[in-house]
Ligand binder design. Structure first.
Ligand SMILES: Cc1cc2nc3c(=O)[nH]c(=O)nc-3n(C[C@H](O)[C@H](O)[C@H](O)COP(=O)(O)OP(=O)(O)OC[C@H]3O[C@@H](n4cnc5c(N)ncnc54)[C@H](O)[C@@H]3O)c2cc1C
Ligand code: SF4
Ligand code: SF4
Length: 392
């Protein structure tokens, strides 16, 4: 039990009994007693007027960091298709592994997925740890975290990278807690401090207003979830060879509390912003949802796709899947045309690495011009038709 009542201090006032959101505390014989339902939320500690409750978990001892080697990438798959962020992680992981003079490994879990391991090797992995079993057919926190945690304990990787997808954001923290180590979420830059083999994990913080570089000095593995669309994909080389290592399944279906009853695919529009070469994005400067029709016309002419700022999504002009930015998708197209977008930092966070940025805005002081390679100051409803005319 990590939450303890200090009996000498407890006055039996029962305030904690009322405050516990999990009904896990009861006053018996004028003393509070903490029961099995305690989730260690800490609410009672803060609320006891007599400081009679404390957390007793011992300080975690630092790990022997020298016992850990290897960079691991979680090879997320859905319907047995490796997700594109995995190739970005392999590209980045290869660089980190080379700097650390260690091996790059992928961890592949699923059912009937062995053949995908070859693809991971072709894309940079030296080794692939494969857990291929019916129980892993669909992602579930308990089954995936158990098999991967057991592998972490056994093979002791130095770095573990996961895509900051819905699955990666669920699995990463669960693994980090099991392993008693640090995790930095949603990283946009990773570097190695060669002197002490530390991973410097940089991520936007405070709404993107500051970049925080975070290290995990005394626990291993060093874990990060990495924002999709930011890192360079690895270069495929069909001639590469590597090793396959099977991971054992040490549990049964009965031990996994989560049961998947049905999987319902979204019926909404699907947009693949991350793969688009040309993006024509619209902001509040469009004036109304109708404006996206004009952008679609331009995008169709250029063989591109339409995207949006968050403000238009919030206004209900377009579906959330079109949103570019810190809380939307990160994109890196060859050409990004920003039409009527002011260039708030949260929007820039999702598109400033585009090869070429063209901004159309009627306000010459709009911050979007600071990142634009080409800027047109003017009303987009005049500029875009002229652009299309010029395209012929
Ligand atoms: C935590 C947090 C997360 C966020 N995440 C995101 C995110 O992921 N993505 C995102 O986009 N935003 C995000 N935002 C919101 C962001 O701060 C801005 O509010 C938003 O990007 C503004 O959208 P906009 O540029 O379309 O609108 P505005 O800022 O209103 O800009 C409209 C622009 O259009 C120009 N304009 C007006 N009429 C015309 C015309 N006829 N022709 C040409 N130009 C014209 C104006 O000069 C102006 O520059 C987030 C905010 C917070 C706090
Ligand atoms: S709030 Fe504090 S003093 Fe009151 S019963 Fe709970 S532990 Fe005891
Ligand atoms: S730590 Fe939270 S769950 Fe546990 S007894 Fe206190 S209030 Fe209840």
């Amino acid at each position: 039990m990590a939450i303890r009542v200090i009996e000498e201090k407890c006055k039996g006032c029962a305030l904690c009994e009322k405050n516990c959101p999990f009904d896990a505390i009861q006053v018996k014989g004028q003393k509070a007693v903490i029961g099995m339902g305690c989730t260690e939320c800490g609410n009672c500690i803060e609320n006891c007027p007599f400081d009679a409750i404390e957390k007793t978990s011992p300080e975690k001892k630092a790990a022997d960091v020298s016992a850990y080697r290897g960079v691991w990438v979680f090879a997320e798959q859905r319907d047995n298709e490796i997700q594109s962020v995995v190739f970005e992680l392999l590209g980045e992981g290869r660089k980190l592994a080379d700097e650390l003079e260690t091996e790059l490994c992928a961890v592949l879990c699923g059912c009937g997925i062995r053949e995908q391991a070859e693809e991971l090797i072709a894309c940079g992995a030296d080794k692939v740890y494969v857990a291929d079993h019916e129980i892993l057919k669909h992602y579930r926190t308990e089954s995936y975290s158990r098999v991967i945690f057991e592998a972490i304990e056994r093979y002791k990787p130095e770095v573990v990278l996961l895509g900051a997808t819905h699955i990666g954001r669920d699995l990463g923290p669960c693994l980090a807690v099991k392993a008693g180590t640090g995790l930095t979420a949603d990283c946009t830059k990773l570097e190695i401090d060669r002197e002490n083999r530390r991973l410097q994990q940089t991520r936007p913080a405070f709404g993107g207003n500051l970049m925080a570089t975070i290290i995990c000095p005394s626990h291993r593995p060093q874990m990060s979830t990495v924002r999709p669309g930011v890192m360079q994909k690895s270069v495929r080389d069909g001639g590469r060879t590597g090793a396959l290592i099977d991971l054992p399944i040490t549990f049964t279906e009965d031990e996994i509390p989560t049961k998947i009853l049905d999987i319902i695919k979204s019926v909404g529009e699907k947009v693949s912003l991350t793969d688009a070469k040309i993006i024509v994005a619209g902001g509040m400067g469009l004036g109304s949802a109708e404006g996206f029709k004009l952008l679609k016309e331009l995008a169709d002419r250029l063989g591109g796709v339409v995207a949006s700022s968050r403000a238009c999504v919030d206004a209900g002009w377009i579906a959330p899947s079109y949103q570019v930015g810190q809380t939307g998708t990160t994109v890196k197209p060859a050409v990004y045309i920003a039409c009527g977008i002011s260039g708030a930092i949260q929007h820039l966070a999702g598109m400033q690495n585009s090869d070429y940025i063209i901004a159309i805005n009627k306000n010459e002081n709009a911050p979007i011009f600071e990142v634009a390679d080409y800027g047109i100051v003017g009303d987009l409803y005049r500029v875009i038709p002229e652009l299309m005319e010029a395209l012929g």
